[in-house]
Design a binder for this molecule. Structure first.
Ligand SMILES: Nc1ncnc2c1ncn2[C@@H]1O[C@H](COP(=O)(O)OP(=O)(O)OP(=O)(O)O)[C@@H](O)[C@H]1O
Ligand SMILES: [Mg+2]
Length: 277
C-alpha cells in the first residue's frame, strides 16, 4: 500500500532563501504525524508543495502514490491553510456545500451535518461566518478539510485560535480520524498537542529534518534525582520502580533523604535540543 504522503529529497528555494533543503518524510496510511519547527523552518512550504500549490525546486512529494498537484493527489487530500478566510456572508452549511462541489463529494446534507457535529458546530449550520468567533471559523475550516473523507489531511496550525475546550474537541477529532484510517500531517507549535495525539513527530529547522521518531522516544533519557544531606544524587536511566531500592541503599549508607524526584524529559526538552538557538 502506498504511503499517504511520501516526500523525498524535497528542496525549495525562494530567491536567496532555502526554505527546504532535501527533506525525506513519510506518513503511513492512517498515521498521525506532527510537524514541528521554529517560525520560518519550512513547515508551511512543505505542506503547500504536498497540496500542489507550490512547485519544489528539486525532489518530489507523492500523495497515495500520485505526484503532488495531480488530480489523483488532489482528490486524495484535504487541506486547511495556515491563513484562510471564508466569505463573511456565507453560512457554515454553504461553505461545506461549496467544498462538497469542489471536492465532488456526494455526501450531501448528511455529510455536512456529520462534519459540523464532529468539530463541535452541530446546530450552527445556518450561522454566517462573519458572526463566528475565530475559533469557530477555525473549526469550520477543519470540517471543510474533511469533506469527501480524504485519505490524507494536511492541517497547518489548525488549533492556533482555539481555546482549551476547542483544542480538546480537535484532539478527539484527530483520534477519531485515526480510528477511521485517515492519515494526518499536523503542523503546530503546540508541543503538548503532539505529545498527546501524534504517532510520530518530525522536527525541521531551517529547511532540514533534525529529528524524527515517536514522541516518547524523542523525549530522551529519564532518571531519578534524590536530595540528600550531602547534595543532589542523580541516577540517569533509573525509573520510578527503582526508587525504593535507591532510597533504601542511600539510607543504608547513612544518608538522610529530603526529596525524591522522577525526571521525565518532555518533548519540549527534545525540541529545544534539536533546533538551533
Ligand atoms: N512565497 C514566498 N516567497 C519568498 N519566501 C518565502 C515564501 N514563502 C515562504 N518563504 C520563506 O521560506 C521560509 C520558510 O517559510 P514557511 O512559511 O514554510 O515556514 P513555517 O515553518 O511554516 O513558519 P511558521 O511557523 O512561521 O508558520 C521562510 O524563510 C519564509 O520567509
Ligand atoms: Mg507556517
Amino acid at each position: 500500500m502506498d504511503a499517504a504522503l511520501a516526500v523525498t529529497g524535497l528542496s525549495k528555494r525562494y530567491g536567496a532563501t532555502d526554505a527546504l533543503r532535501g527533506i525525506d518524510l513519510e506518513v503511513a496510511p492512517g498515521e498521525l504525524v506532527g510537524l514541528l519547527g521554529p517560525n520560518g523552518a519550512g513547515k508551511s512550504t512543505l505542506v503547500k508543495i504536498a497540496c500542489g500549490l507550490v512547485r519544489p525546486t528539486s525532489g518530489e512529494a507523492r500523495i497515495c502514490g500520485a505526484p503532488a498537484g495531480s488530480p489523483a493527489a488532489r482528490g486524495a487530500l484535504g487541506y486547511l491553510a495556515e491563513l484562510f478566510r471564508f466569505p463573511g456572508w456565507a453560512s457554515a452549511d454553504e461553505i461545506l456545500a461549496l467544498h462538497q462541489r469542489l471536492a465532488r463529494s456526494g455526501g450531501g446534507a448528511a455529510e455536512r451535518a456529520e462534519l459540523l457535529e464532529l468539530v463541535g458546530l452541530g446546530g450552527e449550520a445556518a450561522r454566517r461566518v462573519e458572526t463566528m468567533s475565530k475559533g469557530m471559523q477555525q473549526r469550520l475550516g477543519i470540517a471543510q478539510a474533511l469533506v469527501g473523507r480524504p485519505a490524507l489531511l494536511l492541517l497547518d496550525e489548525p488549533t492556533s485560535a482555539l481555546d482549551p475546550t476547542g483544542r480538546r474537541t480537535v484532539r478527539s477529532l484527530l483520534e477519531e480520524l485515526r480510528r477511521r484510517g485517515q492519515a494526518v500531517l499536523l503542523n503546530t507549535h503546540l508541543l503538548s498537542e503532539v505529545e498527546h495525539v501524534c504517532d510520530r513527530v518530525a522536527i525541521i529547522d531551517r529547511g532540514a529534518l533534525v529529528a524524527a521518531g515517536r514522541p516518547g522516544d524523542l523525549s530522551g533519557i529519564s532518571g531519578v534525582e534524590i536530595e540528600t544531606a550531602s547534595g543532589i544524587r542523580r541516577f540517569p536511566g533509573a525509573t520510578r520502580d527503582d526508587v525504593p531500592e535507591l532510597v533504601a541503599r542511600l539510607v543504608g549508607e547513612g544518608e538522610r533523604i529530603y526529596d525524591v524526584r522522577v525526571v521525565r524529559p518532555t518533548l519540549e526538552d527534545a525540541y529545544l535540543a534539536a533546533v538551533a538557538p
